[in-house]
Design a protein. Sequence first.
Length: 68
Amino acid sequence: MSTVTVSSKFQVVIPKDVREVAMLKPGTVLEVINYGERIELVPIRPLKNLTGRFRGINTELPRDEDRV
């Protein structure tokens, strides 16, 4: 587990091993989520990065007979 220190300007540096695993690059936008006393940073990925991710997934939805 990595630890960081909050600077006097309330800034932190994300450790290199964490950046690499999360594939963070300069300019990556992070959503900050507060759970009580816990803080979670979630990268916001562009939708174009999802292209081809779900190849082969079944997209058929069961429909009611009166909706066909």
